[in-house]
Write a protein that binds this ligand. Structure first.
Ligand SMILES: Nc1nc2c(c(=O)[nH]1)N[C@H]1C(S)=C(S)[C@@H](COP(=O)(O)O)O[C@H]1N2
Ligand SMILES: [Mo]
Length: 342
């Protein structure tokens, strides 16, 4: 028996490790040697070359990956060493309470953890995955892997660790509303949206969301045919049972949006980000998903307990990009293919 997954997560195909977020380390620094440093509130700042780190005693660790966009990959095997091995050499000062992990990437991507939690979870620094050096797109040569947190707390291309007295909110946590605690068992995916109820109602009345950041907006059960939501940021938005016939979500970000039982007849999602979006029970006749990203998207219930959820209506006029369908979990892929009659 496999162990249960955190709520609303789906099993990724066994041979598949989806790519999420940045795809590569900083290309302008390709030829520079790799170093990892620890600084900030430590008695002894230090820097290690990649070769130094490869010489540390290497351990193997089996860690369950849970991405916020609803796919999980339990039992991933990493080789590397514990973060504690490096911290011990630097002597954190008593006032150090947070860690900021910073990547060597274009945007200097970063994420953070409380120091005591990082030690308790035993954050791992990985050089290998399933016996092979970490692939560059998955954070090679070196990344962190944080057990028991959504995977956005695991930083690809680790270059710097800073010890801080106050938290420095990470890139996704600051810009995308990702929850700073990120416990998958408590489904801490997003922070509570800060858009006012009155503002929501006004926008809903105007049926125009174009280009707006509306994280977590609640438009459940509304009548919004022809909604213009082009390029809107609609992560974790609520459109359950909403009438969205002919709506336009082209290039919108709908990560983890709740669209179950929505009427999406002839709506368009051209090049939209639909990762982790829920389409169970939605009417998708004639809906156009050309170019849309579908990692972790749900069209049919994954397990039998899911009794009050139905499958999406998909017909031969529903359009998908074949290559993107391959990013679905096996159950979702089979369902969609079957409905499309191919
Ligand atoms: N440097 C860096 N690290 C990152 C990200 C990123 O965009 N840049 N994305 C995070 C997110 S949201 C996830 S789910 C995982 C994805 O890792 P993977 O692409 O190896 O699956 O990396 C995390 N670490
Ligand atoms: Mo993620």
């Amino acid at each position: 028996m496999s162990k249960p997954l955190p709520p609303n997560q789906q099993l990724a195909a066994a041979d598949k490790w989806p790519l999420v977020g940045e795809k590569a380390s900083d290309p302008s620094r390709m030829d520079e040697p790799w170093h990892v440093s620890i600084g900030g509130l430590v008695a002894q700042p230090k820097e290690w070359s990649l070769e130094d780190l490869e010489k540390l005693p290497q351990e193997q660790r089996v860690i369950d990956i849970h991405c916020v966009t609803r796919w999980s990959k339990p039992g991933a095997t990493f080789t590397g060493f514990s973060l504690k091995t490096l911290l011990d050499q630097c002597q954190p000062l008593p006032e150090a309470r947070f860690l900021s992990f910073i990547a060597r990437s274009d945007q200097g991507h970063n994420t953070s953890l409380p120091l005591d939690e990082a030690l308790e979870l035993d954050v791992f620094i990985a050089l290998n995955y399933e016996g092979q050096p970490l692939q560059p797109e998955h954070g090679g040569p070196i990344r962190t892997v944080v057990p028991k947190k959504y995977f956005y707390k695991s930083l690809k291309w680790l270059e710097k660790i800073e010890l801080l007295a106050d938290d420095h909110l990470g890139t996704w946590e600051k810009d995308s509303g990702y929850h700073n605690v990120a416990d998958p068992w408590k489904e801490q995916r997003y922070i509570i949206p800060n858009i006012q109820k009155s503002e929501q109602l006004k926008l809903i009345g105007q049926r125009n969301f174009e280009g707006l950041d509306l994280l977590g907006i609640d438009a459940k059960g509304r009548d919004l045919p022809e909604l213009n939501a082009k390029t809107a940021l609609l992560r974790d938005s609520h459109f359950e049972n909403t009438n969205l016939e002919n709506a336009c979500f082209d290039k919108a970000n709908l990560s983890n949006a709740h669209l179950d039982h929505a009427n999406l007849k002839n709506a368009t999602f051209l090049d939209a980000d639909c990762e982790g979006a829920d389409f169970r029970g939605a009417d998708l006749s004639g809906t156009d998903f050309t170019g849309a990203s579908l990692f972790g998207a749900t069209f049919t219930p994954e397990n039998a307990e899911d009794k009050n959820q139905q499958s999406a209506i998909i017909d031969t006029n529903t359009k998908f990009t074949d290559k993107k369908l391959k990013d679905l979990t096996p159950i979702q892929y089979d369902y969609v293919k079957q409905q499309l009659g191919v």
